[in-house]
Design a protein around this ligand. Structure first.
Ligand code: AMP
Length: 207
């Protein structure tokens, strides 16, 4: 089973993707995380990527398609859950042509709720898990004791820019997937568990 998960920035795609990975035995591929790991290498190339990401802008389609195809070819026949790709029409056409997904899960989230999740999101710099800072004590990662940090691109002005770009570039893609009969819209305004229950119902019926 090959899945794409989509939604507004910081709506909780990554958390749901991790739960799907665990329950359905798929490979979670987060293009944002691949880019952040690359940035951590701290070389000339990664500095350019870092600059673009910290402005909340998109990395060019040709590079993103290359990254995704290398990753998807590497996992062979294991099903995937793609998180953060596609984000543009070009990326969508590339995906549909080469690695057609079985289903696209769109996590429908109100803007104020996504923004609130962003304001409270902290991440562990080591295991990369994200948390709601209202729910963790002392802002320390419960798994490895690291101090949790705020992502550079979650700062309010950058977030609003990312949201605008999402509405302009990414939301229109949903129509394309709808036309192919692949789109499932899930209400993501409640808690993590209720969204995951909805997702599970859809995926169990597809097995
Ligand atoms: P994410 O972790 O999915 O929120 O992605 C963080 C950032 O990585 C985005 O704001 C973009 O700058 C960059 N990025 C991730 N995936 C893509 C993509 N498919 N196309 C262009 N830029 C991307």
């Amino acid at each position: 089973m090959n899945i794409v998960i989509m939604g507004a920035p910081s709506c909780g795609k990554g958390i749901q993707a991790k739960l799907i990975e665990k329950k359905f035995g798929l490979e979670h591929i987060s293009t944002g995380q691949i880019l952040r790991d690359f940035i951590a290498k701290n070389n000339k190339e990664s500095a350019k990527i870092k600059e673009i990401m910290s402005r909340g802008e998109f990395i060019v389609d040709s590079l993103m398609c290359k990254i995704v195809s290398l990753k998807l070819d590497e996992i062979n026949d294991k099903g995937f859950i793609l998180d953060g790709f596609p984000r543009t029409e070009k990326q969508t056409k590339f995906l549909l042509k080469h690695y057609s997904p079985d289903v696209v899960l769109y996590l429908h989230t109100d803007k104020d709720i996504a923004l609130e999740r962003c304001e409270n999101r902290v991440v562990c710099p080591v295991c990369k898990k994200s948390y709601d800072k209202r729910l963790v004590s002392n802002l320390v990662c419960p798994d490895d004791g690291e101090i949790l940090i705020t992502r550079e691109d979650d700062k309010p002005d950058v977030y609003l820019k990312r949201y605008k770009i999402f509405e302009k570039e990414t939301k229109p893609i949903l129509d394309l997937f709808k036309r192919y009969g692949k789109l499932e819209v899930i209400d993501n305004n409640g808690d993590i568990e209720s969204t995951f229950n909805e997702i599970s119902k859809i995926l169990v019926n597809m097995r």
